[in-house]
Design a protein around this ligand. Sequence first.
Ligand code: ACO
Length: 428
Amino acid sequence: MSDKAILEIDGEKYEFPLVRGTENEVAIDVKALRGATNGVITLDPGYKNTGSCQSAITFLDGEKGILRYRGYAIEELAEKADFLEVAYLLIFGELPNKEQLEKFHADIKSHSVVDDDVKKIIDAFPKSAHPMGVLSSLTSALTAFNPSSVNVDSEEEMYNAIVRILGKFPVLVAWTMRKKRGLPLEYGDDNLGYVENVLKMMFKSPNHDYVQNEVLVNALDKLLILHADHEQNCSTSTVRITGSSHAGLFVSLSAGISALWGPLHGGANQAVLEMLEAIKEDGGDTKKYMAKAKDKNDPFRLMGFGHRVYKNFDPRAKIIKVAADEVLSDLGVEDPILDIAKGLEKEALEDQYFVDRKLYPNVDFYSGIIYRAMGIPVEMFTVMFALGRLPGWIAQWREMRLRKEPIGRPRQLYTGETLRSFTPIEKR
Ligand code: ACO
């Protein structure tokens, strides 16, 4: 195969090198395009064909339904690894040995206290505030309490900022939920594993001993692993582009949290459950909602279906569907919503509209059912996604900084008015 692409504009030919990834993906390197062609740019709204960077973190093949972190299949990681190991793998590139993992965890634990004044900020939010807005604000606010995390250039400075946020973020997650439930803002127990401690911080009641439930720990571990990275999605690209201005890790993550909030992205897990609830309330008529989803005059979309990159089964959805069954049966929960979800999935997979458009269930179609069985309120679902995605965002931010990528600044094709002269207000 050739190693260059040829572009012809107004009879003039330009050559651009082809770049190949380790999985034989091919990209046209257009860095020189604008300079060579006297101002011509590429136009690609939604970046459907645009590679924003080279990355060695996550490989996904949407046609084949493959997802790998640092070369390891997601199926194997979900089965054999725990979340902290996966976080280490994503951020530093290799699975940790025992000592490395213990040191990583110890460093995180040494930063797992947040300044007590953060409680005042949380108190100032109304209980009705959406937890994603609260989490985004708090993550940004942490910068004020940890200014050394901003100007990080060396690997050591980056490491310190990374373990700090990995220590403090679960506290913010738990306190966001506790505030909503009117519970005191308490800490967990550093003797526990990372995920066990998250659950304890979220659910511990002030006057009861908290008893760990292995089923919940395993389910959350798995969910967090499955959400941990997904290459250049909307929130991750937001983190990279914010960080590219050297704005600091915490605010870059805060920007990513805001991007994740939207229902077309991470907010889909909340939207899926609300949709399934609405279908149940409406008598469970899935066919009616299938018809709405296909009606171009109806804005309704089947939430949890379709994906920008997967045009095949989202491999994460397969794992989560099985996990949902297991968790519900282990907890002895019978949730009619699971049946509605399975019914919708079956109908959609057999429906020509969905088949033609290659719309399959995505990661969030079943995750909300598990979160609900765990006792996590619907508005917290996207917060749980953010907790899972944290190592991925960090890994991508670190990679971007270590590769000394330039500030992200796309071009545009201007389609507005050309030069015109100012009309005084009395003459308009
Ligand atoms: N229900 C009904 N129709 C759909 C759906 C859906 N969920 N998703 C896509 N379509 C249709 C579109 O109407 C469009 O049809 P057309 O070609 O006849 O106009 C076609 O499929 C292609 O859809 P696009 O919106 O162009 O696809 P895009 O790649 O831009 O969007 C997205 C992907 C945003 C995920 C979309 O499928 C969607 O809105 N899904 C529902 C929300 C959701 O579940 N988001 C979570 C994504 S996973 C994640 O972020 C973790």
